[in-house]
Ligand binder design. Structure first.
Ligand code: GDG
Length: 749
């Protein structure tokens, strides 16, 4: 039976120790709650992760048994592994770079060694329990290599990956010495998810630039698989925060707060100690607010909770000291006998205290410098049952893409933040309600259960999409079927595109010449009298003549403008004009001048703008700009714009490979037709052929062709297989001819 396996760096457990004995209880974090629905629906489900502390060897057995009872599988990490993999690579390399603070990064090779080693450890724990039909969902930046490691062992398994922190722009990501390895790891997944569209976009562009993989919209073609990259903004367990409103302890805590603060307005801020959270800038903004608005003295206090985290690391210790200093400084300057402007706590609080604060605070100030999502702001919103209160939210938090009714600020703009505080304190109740209502609806609808459901459903869809495409891939069985069909046929037609189909894609168009192997293959194919082999290409006819003129095959150049029957003469289509060229050429020239690495190719009846050597991204941008520019004149001249692989061709509308293919269908009667091509111009050919034809698209599975092959090498091997079969058939024929007819007669008796 198939099951779901969650993998995250930490298991969702709380550890308690009594008389030297460890015990573990499932914790109620947002992720754990959201995934609870998956767990309930599927009793076989498992969660793999580090238990969160170093477990003494002698206790491992007992701890494992306790955890297994709760469907949890521990991965034990040594002190050294925690230091180098978790604190080192994860938190001192990936965390700063992914949060756009690359100057904090320490690119130590030893961190990388341990990161690989621990990801291997997770892989081993996983493959010990995973089956090919299982769904595996891997979480976060500590396990970027894991999807790739699993894919290598279990190629068919379904893998989803979700990153909880931002994915930086290519310019930042490329700084990592191990960027390619990390991307290769992530691309082991079938579905890669982030909180925001920007993260997804950054990931797609890094993959396209660093690994040179093909991307189309949110799809990546990688090792013959189609991987989907999408944003799934994570929600919170809103029901839990709503339920806390009626909790007795929470109600008591609110009374206590009211007693302490009376009529003083509270601005709340809650973060883990981290330089990405913008705590210092927030204090500076509050300081400026106090300075510019003395009228709020004794009327407003900042209630700031900083949850201790990673404070063994120098940068974090320094940050803590600076926060201490600045908070103390503000208090020293503005404090009165019965009022402190900053109430600062460097510790964590029980959830009942947080809920009380969320309900009590007039304003919630969430201003990270970068944050994948930020759940605190959603928790504040979920706790506002009266639909009042104001959220001030950094535009650098993923949540700002959803909570657009917050007061959105740039955390680097201290003045803007201090002005937002004033605006929040003065916001009329009506406006507070209007904004809060919208946000509460959103937080309630897009909660953590919804997030889990949408991700898991999409993962299933992606897998089904891959499988449906897989049926189009020419498997061994299909090859056998085609061979049989081939053997039975008396008149066969092969329509073969050239670039990308029979040879690989080359940056220099003149270098994509045919090689010995290809000549041999075409000769072999054409040597069978039952076969008509046609190379049908967009190339100039002179080039085709130079390369293939001596072979016993038909040639079609410029997508059907030129045509030559084997051994005959070249002929062109009559009635085509070239007058339009004088209008289009200057436009192409202008784009070539502005795009280094691009050039124009002139054919008899078409113009082609090539940009294979232009800067990645720039070429595509210019090509689409140019097409927009040219589109209006296409109709007037009866022209067609053909975008291809790093080329745009402008040609007469009447000419296309489909029409060229039809000439053959009218002229002869074939009982076996095979067409193979790799780009958009070949689609006309696929569409023009009858249903019985075997149409094969190379390099992609998005096509009207019936089948696909991965690259030109697979095309060659497949054609070789057909011609080698011819050889066997021929031998068989000869053997049959050689055996005296009488012997059949004898056997027949
Ligand atoms: C990463 C990404 C992304 C905080 N103090 C206390 C306490 N908390 C709880 C909050 C909230 C959680 O911790 C913090 O979540 P965040 O989302 O704000 O931040 P990270 O921990 O950095 O999480 C982040 C998240 O992953 C999910 O994908 O949103 O961007 O960095 O739930 O309430 N809980 C208790 N006491 C505290 O003192 N009980």
């Amino acid at each position: 039976m198939s099951k779901t396996i969650i993998v995250s760096n930490r298991l969702p457990v709380k550890i308690t120790e009594q008389d030297g004995q460890l015990s573990f209880k499932t914790s109620e974090g947002g992720l754990a709650t959201g995934l609870g629905s998956v767990f309930q629906a599927d009793a076989e489900s498992l969660w793999i992760g580090w238990p969160g502390m170093e477990v003494p060897d002698e206790q491992e057995k007992n701890v494992t048994a306790q955890l297994n009872e709760q469907s949890l599988i521990p991965v034990y990490l040594s002190k050294e592994e925690i230091t180098q993999y978790y604190e080192g690579f994860s938190n001192e390399v990936l965390w700063p770079v992914f949060h756009y603070m690359s100057t904090y990064a320490r690119y130590e090779n030893i961190y990388w060694d341990y990161y690989q080693q621990v990801n291997e450890k997770f892989k081993n724990a996983l493959i010990a329990v995973a089956q090919p039909g299982d769904t595996i969902w891997i979480h976060d930046y500590q396990l970027l290599l894991l999807p790739g490691l699993i894919r290598a062992v279990l190629p068919e398994v379904t893998i989803g990956f979700f990153q909880h922190i931002p994915f930086p722009s290519y310019e930042l990501f490329r700084l990592l010495p191990w960027r390619a390895e990390l991307l290769n790891g992530m691309l082991g997944a079938d579905l890669v998810g982030f909180h925001t569209y920007d993260d997804a976009r950054h990931f797609l562009s890094s993959a396209a630039r660093i690994l040179q993989v093909q991307t189309a919209s949110n799809n990546i073609q990688y090792n013959g698989r189609s991987i989907v990259v999408e944003s799934f903004p994570m929600g919170i367990d809103n029901a839990k925060f709503e339920a806390l409103i009626d909790n007795t302890q929470v109600k008591q805590n609110i009374l206590n707060l009211r007693e302490t603060f009376g009529n003083v307005h509270i601005i709340l801020s809650i973060d883990r100690l981290d330089y990405s959270k913008g705590i210092l800038q927030r204090l500076q903004a509050f300081d400026l607010f106090m300075q510019d608005h003395p009228e709020y003295k004794e009327k407003v206090s900042l209630y700031m909770i900083v949850v201790p985290s990673r404070d063994t690391v120098t940068q974090y210790r320094e940050l803590r000291d600076e926060i201490d200093k600045l908070a103390g400084n503000i208090n020293a300057r503005y404090r009165t006998n019965n009022w402190s402007p900053v109430n600062y706590f460097y510790r964590s609080f029980p959830i009942e205290n947080l809920s009380a604060l969320f309900q009590f605070a007039d304003v919630c100030l969430v201003t990270p410098m970068r944050d994948g999502m930020n759940l605190v702001c959603k928790e504040y919103v979920a706790s506002r049952k009266n639909n009042d209160g104001v959220l001030i939210l950094s535009e650098m938090a993923g949540a700002s893409k959803e909570l657009t009714d917050a007061l959105i600020v740039n955390p680097n703009n201290v003045l803007q933040m201090s002005q937002a505080i004033v605006a929040a304190l003065n916001m009329p109740l009506e406006e507070q309600t209007r904004r809060m209502k919208q946000m509460r609806e959103l937080v309630s609808k897009y909660n953590v259960m919804h997030w889990v459901r949408v991700f898991i459903e999409r993962l299933g869809e992606v897998k089904r999409m891959q499988q449906s495409l897989l049926t189009k891939y020419i498997s061994q069985r299909t090859q056998q079927y085609m061979k049989n069909k081939y053997n039975r046929a008396d008149k066969r037609l092969f329509l073969l595109d050239y670039d990308g189909t029979l040879v690989g894609f080359n940056n220099n168009i003149d270098q994509a010449k045919p090689d010995k192997e290809l000549y041999h293959l075409l000769e072999e194919l054409a040597s069978d009298e039952k076969n008509k082999v046609v190379i049908i290409s967009g190339r100039k006819h002179v080039t085709l003549e130079e390369w293939f003129g001596h072979l016993k095959i038909d040639l079609v150049g410029e997508h059907g403008v030129w045509h030559k029957v084997a051994g005959g003469k070249w002929e062109d289509l009559k009635g085509l004009t070239t007058e339009w060229k004088q209008h289009v050429h200057p436009i192409l020239n202008a784009y070539t001048d502005r795009t280094p690495g691009s050039f124009i190719e002139e054919k008899t009846y078409s113009l082609v703008w090539h940009y294979r050597k232009a800067e990645r991204g720039l070429g595509d941008l210019r090509a689409s700009e140019m097409m927009n520019n040219l589109r209006y004149m296409m109709g007037d001249w009866g022209l067609q714009l053909l975008p291809g692989n790093k080329v745009v061709e402008i040609k007469n509308m009447e000419v296309n490979k489909g029409k060229a293919a039809q000439v053959y269908l009218h002229r002869y009667k074939f009982d076996f037709i095979m067409a193979i091509g790799d780009d958009i111009t070949d689609e006309d050919m696929f569409k023009a052929l009858k249903d019985e034809a075997i149409t094969i698209k190379v390099n992609s599975n998005l096509s009207s062709a019936k089948y696909y092959l991965r690259d030109y090498k697979e095309v060659r091997n497949f054609l070789k297989l057909l011609s080698s079969k011819m050889f066997i058939t021929k031998v068989l024929d000869r053997v049959m001819n050689w055996i005296p007819k009488s012997s059949f007669a004898r056997r027949g008796r």
